[in-house]
Design a protein around this ligand. Structure first.
Ligand code: PGA
Length: 253
């Protein structure tokens, strides 16, 4: 049984103080509730205050990006060890905004996945097609390439502990989410590929999140598909009440 994971990607929103207030509000809401794992990924500058405010609660903290080297002359970059020391246990890798706006490639995704694992962190590896690729019927081929190259060299054991996120680019921040059938088709395909490449047991344990305009009113239908193991939530994660409503909607027990 895979425990559902609901992850909030704050993107470039919330200062350290705002993040601490948010975490205190969220932990009050989820106190004593089980059955769903919860993670928030605030900006780098908010990681420490998030981790402090979340200490002893069920809320885990993640970073939104890392550099793959441990240290070096890379102005403006931050390593896995640095975010880990600040309290992050997860790291989002290969988000489509990083791919389209900041030149992230499958090769850099692969290096970051390895760096995250080496630092003892859980990568949340994002994949997904653009609208043009969907219209050209290339969705499944794009997912195959992103997964094959992004996870190149990973072992079955590492895959099992990883999180993937299927995020169709056309559904991110647009209010236009994939239908449960579209999401289900992509998730099923990804699971089959993981089975083929990493074996049945590892593919069964790896969690695959859906992302793209997830809201309190669509989470239940999305997560009803057996291969959808949670959600990566952008806009709707910024309000603790809306995020909590999504967590509630993901409860399967
Ligand atoms: P959204 O973002 O929920 O605002 O569409 C999702 C994401 O970018 O991970």
């Amino acid at each position: 049984m895979r425990t559902p994971l609901i992850a909030g990607n704050f993107k470039m929103f919330k200062t350290a103080a705002e993040t601490a207030d948010y975490v205190l509000a969220l932990r009050g809401l989820i106190a004593g509730r089980h059955g769903v794992e919860v993670m928030i990924a605030p900006p780098f500058t908010s990681l420490q205050s998030a981790a402090q405010a979340a200490a002893g609660s069920a809320i885990a903290v993640g970073a939104q990006n890392i550099h793959w080297e441990r240290e070096g002359a890379f102005t403006g970059e931050v390593s896995a060890g640095m975010v880990r020391e600040a309290g992050a246990r997860f790291v989002i890798v290969g988000h489509s905004e990083r791919r389209t706006l900041f030149g992230e490639t499958d090769d850099s995704v692969n290096k970051k996945v390895n760096a995250a694992i080496a630092a003892g962190m859980t990568p949340v590896v994002c994949v997904g097609e653009t609208l043009e690729q969907r219209d050209r019927n290339e969705t499944l081929a794009v997912l195959d390439r992103q997964i094959k190259e992004g996870l190149d060299g990973a072992t079955g054991e590492q895959l099992a502990a990883m999180v993937l996120a299927y995020e169709p680019v056309w559904a991110i921040g647009t209010g236009r989410n994939a239908t449960p059938a579209q999401a289900g088709e992509a998730h099923f395909h990804i699971r089959q590929r993981l089975k083929q490449w990493f074996g049945l047991e590892s593919s069964d344990r790896c969690r695959i999140l859906y992302g793209g305009s997830v809201k309190p009113d669509n989470i239940s239908k999305l997560i009803a598909h057996p291969d959808v193991d949670g959600a990566l939530v952008g806009g709707a994660s910024l309000d603790p009440k809306a995020f909590f409503a999504i967590i509630q909607g993901a409860r399967t027990t």
